[in-house]
Write a protein that binds this ligand. Structure first.
Ligand code: GDP
Length: 532
């Protein structure tokens, strides 16, 4: 087989995605079932321990060793029916941060997981906006169908209305006598009825039949069958088919119903997901679009995790491989500095356990030990240098000043904040020319301030008090320039500069943004900053 055929085949096997959801929708459960149905584990029930990480760490490491997989990491890699799935974690809840959004910069598709009783929730909405920005294909799984939830038609309406994406239901839930029994698959025109085993810890036996099979009446009863046939008729009346081009552009989402806990409807979803997931799209660089099958190796940094191992104070840079093939020890160019570096020990299973990999292909996520070279958004490549588009800065929602307790440590504080800012752990907004004052720290997640405070103390020897500020969002400025230093005096918000010296305004609320827009009609105020 020629090199380019092999490259194309390997890339087509890789499916790199994230699950976007609101806490409690069932992300952990679904992740575990991916492993169960992919054959990576035989019995579910382990991943839940993630929630009780403190006591379960040793069990975890044991399991990871045994199964050769990592189940608590930022990236989870495992086989599924001949494909290699790379699941990039989008941490939520207390861990919600810029990293959550950036995970979506490194993936080729997202699974949007909804709780059938709750529909589209806040965190899902925020993450969806980022997927939309990238025109990323989105697959919707409506979970917890085994419990009373909303009417499926109503849920479709909600997704279309709230998120502005078309919905194409591929499967449809079947209930009989108040119990969830399985799904009807519209493409296969088959009914799948499930049996509950071991509380869903093992693969659930299922039986396939057709809508008009007499046996179906026996299994479900007349009323349920009539309901199902009516529903299907209603769906088919729309007369449409799933448009794969629109799916690839994120304009329509195939929707599936099921229960991650009991596994009902799950294999139909997983099979369709890996079948329908488009090939990785080309990515934009300063030299134009780069196809994943380009022979050149290219990758960019989307996450940096510092001090993963306290004893070594090391940093790990997570890179998304965008094109070509890599080999351990290969020489690549670090484009921003022009330096040549070696892929000495690329690692793949990034948790407490790391496995060094010898080679891999576009679609993979690799970790590189970072001596302080990498910044979020950096490109490495072989051949003539290219740089991928900078990652956006995501909308911070929490703001504070770090009040220093020992004035002698001002310099260390400045250095610490700058480094945390460059690392992309926080966003820094400094006063514009002509104004004095300390930088304002902005974060996407509220608890990031605790992390900043702890890291300033541990790594830079600076104790601070976090003084929360009453801003509620930031907007990046485009178009006509603003008198940044004077905005605050006129109550139009607080003008500042971000870490790349881009002008930003921090606002206390919509009212303030509106008055600013009125006062400066030729200036645009953008939700996403365009570089980090
Ligand atoms: P995460 O916060 O999104 O990771 O959610 P988890 O996977 O931890 O699930 C949250 C809760 O919902 C747990 O108690 C799960 O057992 C439960 N859960 C998850 N999927 C289902 C489901 O399909 N049906 C029911 N009844 N409960 C579920």
């Amino acid at each position: 087989m020629s090199d380019s055929t092999l490259l194309a085949r390997e890339i087509a096997r890789r499916k790199t995605f994230a699950i976007i959801s609101h806490p409690d929708a069932g992300k952990t459960t679904l992740t575990e079932k991916l492993l169960l149905y992919g054959g990576a584990i035989q019995m579910a029930g382990a991943v839940k321990a993630k929630k009780a990480r403190a006591h379960a760490v040793s069990d975890w490491m044991e399991m990871e060793r045994e199964r050769g997989i990592s189940i608590v990491s930022s990236v989870l890699q495992f086989p599924y029916k001949g494909r290699q799935l790379n699941l990039v974690d989008c941490p939520g809840h207390a861990d919600f941060s810029e990293d959550t959004y950036r995970a979506l910069m490194a993936t080729d598709a997202a699974i949007m997981l909804l709780d059938s009783a709750k529909g589209v929730e806040m965190q899902t909405k925020k993450l969806f906006r980022v997927c939309k920005l990238r025109q990323m294909p989105i697959f919707t799984f409506v979970n917890k169908m085994d419990r009373p939830g909303r009417d499926p038609f109503e849920l479709i309406g909600e997704v279309e209305e709230v998120l502005g994406i078309g919905v194409y239901p591929v499967t449809w839930p079947i209930h009989a006598s108040g119990k969830f029994r399985g799904v009807y698959h519209r493409e296969l025109k088959q009914v799948f009825l499930f049996e509950l085993v071991a509380h869903g810890a093992e693969i659930a036996p299922m039986e396939a039949t057709t809508l008009d099979a007499p046996h179906l009446l026996e299994a479900l009863g007349e009323e349920a069958v009539k309901q199902l046939r009516d529903d299907v008729e209603l769906l088919e009346a729309a007369g449409d088919a799933l448009d794969r081009d629109r799916l690839a552009r994120g304009e329509v989402t195939p929707m599936f119903f099921g229960s991650a806990l009991t596994n009902f409807g799950l294999p139909q979803f997983l099979d369709a997901f890996i079948e329908l997931m488009p090939l990785p799209a080309p990515r934009n660089s300063d030299k134009g679009l780069i196809e994943p099958t380009d022979e050149r190796f290219t990758a960019f940094v989307f996450k940096i995790q510092a001090n993963m191992d306290r004893q070594h104070r090391d940093r790990l840079a997570f890179l998304r491989v965008c094109s070509g093939r890599y080999e351990r020890g290969m020489k690549v160019r670090h484009v921003r500095t022009g330096r040549e570096v070696r892929l000495t020990n690329p690692v793949q299973f990034m948790a407490q356990e790391r496995t060094v990999v010898d080679d891999g292909y576009a679609g993979d996520i690799i970790g590189m030990f970072d001596p302080g070279l990498y910044l979020i958004g950096d490109t490495i490549c072989t051949g003539s240098p290219v740089a991928y588009e900078p990652l956006p800065q995501f909308p911070p929602e929490h703001f504070a000043r770090m009040a220093i307790l020992d004035p002698m440590k001002r310099k260390q504080l400045k250095k610490g904040l700058e480094q945390l800012g460059q690392e992309g752990s926080i966003q820094l907004f400094r006063p514009p020319e002509g104004r004095e004052g300390e930088a304002i720290v902005g974060t996407v997640g509220e608890l990031q301030f605790d992390v900043v405070k702890a890291r300033l103390a541990a790594e830079y020897g600076v104790d601070v008090r976090v003084e929360r500020l009453s801003f509620s969002f930031a907007r990046w400025v485009e178009g006509d320039t603003l008198p940044l230093a004077e905005l605050e005096n006129q109550l139009y918000g607080y003008g500042a500069l971000d870490i790349r010296d881009n002008p930003v305004v921090l606002f206390k609320g919509d009212w303030q943004l509106e008055s600013c827009v009125k006062a400066f009609p030729k200036t645009r105020f953008l939700e996403l900053g365009n570089s980090i």
